[in-house]
Ligand binder design. Structure first.
Ligand code: NAD
Ligand code: UDP
Length: 338
């Protein structure tokens, strides 16, 4: 009864790995290390005391997937592997369709061949496009404003077709809002290559003096302080959501279910800056910059369906998100200087 985590050495995958291992669940990580490092496995082993198998491979390689599934007796897959940089997806759409859509097709084919038809898929609130109402529930119309978002939508539609054709599939589509924060140990967290696109890793690098100042993308939105509002969710709450979703699809009737994973609470960019400064006793220099193309004013979840159907709600607050993000950045600095 092993669960395969594609993209298991990445930011979210490594936290779900830690959570699953802490319950004694055997896992195998399958990752091509395109955006992560094999040393994550050593740190997962240090956190959990368990041995963590890693298969270095690409999800577009069906033979490698089938081999790994057979070798490790995989019965279910949590599928994190994918490329996620919106700007890069606009510049290099073929790379995104190939990796994300092509990779997922290759994965589900391998799963079908191996008789492992239980799948949890990492989708995103980006599939809601420009919000027509708030909070966003799962019935909100979907659309995409960039190739990255379109890959998520295409995959969701592909999975719906697969579930409709063969009800033996058990599929959970999890639409993440804005995952932030890190494991309490400080050993795993979000460490993007190059200059971060996302707000929290940018803030931690400014706090650490690795970047000079934060650019706040727009202060003239129709929000309480004019800056963009998002639903930030602690990555460990997100991880718990995967565990309960996997459990629920093993038991429930519909072959495919879709759940938002968010808190339902929106915070502005300046709320985040102030909370980070207060909680960690650091200063975040910032300047107001023009809006970023494609950004919406506000985006936050209705987490009600997950609460009702999964009994899951996020429990960690903004202070915990800020404190753990900073702890990870400091631990990383110590490791890099050692
Ligand atoms: P990440 O880049 O840290 O992790 C993704 C992992 O997938 C990386 O380790 C990468 O090496 C691996 N990978 C990519 N392509 C692969 C391939 N072809 N074969 C094997 N491995 C491959 O990203 P993350 O933040 O952990 O995101 C995980 C998933 O969640 C992604 O699908 C992402 O689109 C989705 N998601 C993330 C966020 C977010 O804000 N982080 C929000 C919504 C959805
Ligand atoms: N943001 C910002 N400066 C940055 C990065 C992000 O002001 O350097 C803002 C962005 O405009 C949005 C919020 O922070 O309002 C969250 O952005 P992020 O890229 O983290 O998530 P997403 O846009 O996917 O919701």
């Amino acid at each position: 009864m092993t669960i395969m985590l594609t993209g298991g050495t990445g930011y979210i995958g490594s936290h779900v790995a830690a959570t699953l291992l802490s319950t004694g669940q055997p896992i195998v990580c399958f990752d091509n290390l395109a955006n992560s490092d094999a040393s994550v496995i050593d740190r997962l082993e240090a956190i959990t005391g368990a041995s963590v198998p890693l298969v270095v491979g690409d999800i577009r390689d069906g033979q490698a997937l089938r081999q790994a599934m057979t070798d490790h007796a995989v019965t279910a897959v949590i599928h994190f592997a994918g490329l996620k940089a919106v700007g890069e997806s606009v510049a290099e759409p073929m790379k995104y369709y190939n990796n994300n859509v092509g990779g997922t097709l290759s994965l589900v084919e391998a799963m079908a061949d191996c008789g492992a038809k239980t799948l949890v898929f990492s989708s995103s609130a980006t599939v809601y496009g420009q919000p027509q109402y708030l909070p966003l529930d799962e019935d909100h119309p979907t659309s995409a404003t960039n190739p990255y978002g379109r890959t998520k939508l295409m995959i969701e539609e592909m999975l719906a077709d697969i579930a409709a054709a063969d009800p033996a599939w058990r599929i959970a589509i999890l639409r993440y809002f804005n995952p932030v924060g890190a494991h309490d140990s400080g050993l795993i967290g979000e460490n993007p290559n190059g200059i971060p696109n996302n707000l929290m890793p940018f803030i931690t690098r400014v706090a650490a003096g690795r970047l000079a100042e934060l650019s706040v993308f727009g202060a003239d939105y129709d929000t309480p302080d004019g800056t963009g509002v998002r639903d930030y969710i602690h990555v460990l709450d997100l991880a718990d959501g995967h565990v309960v979703a996997l459990d629920a699809i093993g038991q429930a009737e519909p072959a495919l279910s879709t759940w938002n994973l968010g808190t339902g609470q929106g915070y502005s960019v300046l709320d985040m800056v102030k909370a980070f400064e207060r909680v960690n006793g650091v200063s975040i220099p910032y300047r107001i910059a023009p809006r970023r193309d494609g950004d919406v004013a506000s985006c936050y979840a209705s987490p009600e369906r997950a609460a009702r159907e999964l009994g899951w709600t996020a429990s960690r607050d903004l202070d915990a998100m800020c404190a753990s993000s900073w702890r990870f950045e400091q631990t990383l600095a110590m490791r890099n200087s050692a």
